[in-house]
Design a protein. Structure first.
Length: 221
């Protein structure tokens, strides 16, 4: 990937999602999703989105292909696979063999708006998956892959291929490429301010004084 991506991801991986969320608030941007808890793996992840959308009905024309395999073939260590399965049908949009394939590719993790199968296997592989539901029900005969690397909707947030993604136990956050520099700069400034406030508290300044005016004006540039 382009050097800018590598540098941006290095900076993004240092930031927790609360700081990134505050930066989005400061900039008047949206992208926070707080309803997809981490079900497997440990620690925060960051990467650029490879997207996958599942629907009901017939699969697209062409040779049969198992859902998710194209996304895995396109992905690597600087990617997060982002899956939309908002059909309302209970059916797995991701499963154990896909997890193994993604793990071997070094993929940073998966974020799924829809049920995920074989979550215990993902835990054995220590592979990060964030999802709002788990299931035992297969996709076969229920949902099909509509598109890889097209726009998807994740909990009412539009996500596009190449968007920057960060996720931890507080949230999953999606950032457009044209916004990443401003978001990183704002988040790093907020983290520095909070670190200074924490130091003041450790040095004995009353917390009411530290968190008075300083905290209320934290999101101001």
């Amino acid at each position: 990937m382009h050097d800018d991506t590598t540098e941006n991801l290095t900076r993004l991986r240092r930031l927790d999602c609360c700081a990134i969320s505050d930066a989005l608030d400061r900039l008047g941007l949206q992208g926070q999703v707080t309803s997809l808890p981490q079900r497997s793996g440990h620690g925060r992840i960051a990467g650029r989105a490879i997207t996958l959308r599942l629907v009901t009905g017939e699969p697209p024309a062409g040779p049969p292909r198992h859902l998710g395999t194209t996304a895995i073939a396109l992905a690597g260590p600087e990617n997060v696979i982002v899956v939309e399965q908002r059909t309302g049908v209970e059916a797995g949009c991701w499963g154990g063999l896909l997890t193994l394939g993604a793990k071997l590719r070094g993929v940073a993790g998966v974020i799924a708006d829809g049920p995920v199968r074989d979550i215990d296997e993902a835990r054995v592989y220590d592979f990060p998956i964030f999802t709002n539901a788990t299931t035992s029900l297969t996709a076969r005969g229920r949902v099909v892959e509509k598109e890889t690397n097209g726009p998807v909707t994740i909990c009412d947030i539009a996500v596009y291929p190449g968007d920057y993604v960060a996720a931890d136990n507080s949230a999953c956050i999606f950032i457009r490429g044209e916004d990443i520099s401003n978001v990183l700069n704002a988040a790093e400034e907020i983290v520095a301010r909070e670190a200074a406030m924490a130091k003041a508290i450790l040095d004995g300044t009353p917390i009411s004084e530290v968190m008075g005016g300083n905290y209320e004006h934290m999101l101001e540039p």
